[in-house]
Design a protein. Structure first.
Length: 301
């Protein structure tokens, strides 16, 4: 890897570690939102570096939709066990059973939006005052509006027009009772930065990111993975293809990519050549022109 790239990545690393340490210094009950995807894996790796040789001083929090890839869940559990990190799991199914969330019906049904309810309940139950997420500004136009420290009101809502300045890397974590912050330590990273950093530091990732055979079907121009809870239309047929995940989330809305990438070098080369955005296969982003921003205002990640 070229020295200029390595220097760039170390600068990003230093910035993110500074943000993570600021969270530990300013907040009493922070948590790191962990999905088992590459961004949250990198963020946890940075947190381990930030406090080494001590353990990470806050828990991992996963909002489990019940419709996740099993490979992701296995990776999550093994990582927490191997590193001795506290893992807290909150289930969307519990929100449904308690009548707080209503499951969608039909072929396009997804639990992705329902995560907001479970997350806000978890923040209240655990009395969290900060939740770190792996959102990056290059992912989506609504996320490009975020600060590192993103204030949430007592209802867990985000106001994109009322954010605090962050001059000279100074972060204002002051809040009133019942309010909290979402913090995004890797905001300034790009998808390419994440993959090059994973290669540079040799960070383990789930096998889903590499090419594998999987039964898939095509819907609205996207390839989706087959699962028992996925309802197919009459015109949709299952076919086994060589695919990989470029981003990982709820199976119902996470598109897979036709690919032959079997190594990190292959993935980096593939991303450098692609003209499709990272979230181009995410069906949940296409529900409306401002789908992500609307969800974030309501309390989404």
């Amino acid at each position: 890897m070229e020295k200029v790239i390595m220097n760039h990545l170390r600068e990003l690393e230093s910035e993110s570690i500074h943000v993570i340490r600021e969270v530990a210094a300013q907040f009493e009950r922070p948590a790191l939102l962990f999905s088992g995807g590459k961004d949250s894996i990198v963020m946890f790796h940075l947190a381990r570096k930030a406090f080494y040789p001590a353990k990470v001083p806050f828990p991992l929090l996963h909002i489990d939709t019940g419709h996740n890839f099993q490979e992701t869940l296995d990776f999550r559990d093994n990582l927490a066990k191997e590193t001795g990190t506290e893992l807290i799991i909150k289930y969307v199914q519990d929100s449904i059973d308690q009548g707080k969330a209503v499951e969608e019906k039909g072929v396009n049904a997804s639990r992705n939006v329902l995560q907001t309810i479970t997350l806000l309940d978890a923040i209240e139950d655990l009395k969290l005052d900060a939740a770190m997420g792996g959102g990056r500004r290059d992912e989506e136009k609504a996320r490009a509006k975020e600060r590192f420290f993103s204030h949430r009101d007592e209802f867990g809502q985000w106001d994109p027009k009322n954010q605090r300045p962050e001059l000279w890397s100074l972060y204002n974590g002051r809040k009133n009772m019942g309010e909290h912050f979402r913090v995004f330590p890797i905001s300034n990273w790009t998808e390419m930065d994440v993959w090059q950093y994973i290669l540079m530091d040799n960070i383990p990732i789930p096998s889903l990111y590499f090419t594998h055979k999987r039964k898939v079907f095509q819907r609205d121009g996207n390839w989706l993975a087959a699962a028992p809870f996925m309802q197919l239309k009459e015109t949709e047929k299952l076919i086994e293809m060589d695919v990989r995940c470029r981003t990982i989330g709820d199976i119902t809305c996470t598109g897979v990519t036709l690919s032959k990438a079997n190594s990190l070098e292959d993935i980096i080369e593939e991303i450098a050549a692609t003209r499709t955005t990272e979230r181009g296969g995410r069906a949940d982003d296409k529900r409306s022109e401002a789908a992500m921003e609307d969800r974030k205002k309501e309390g989404y990640f």
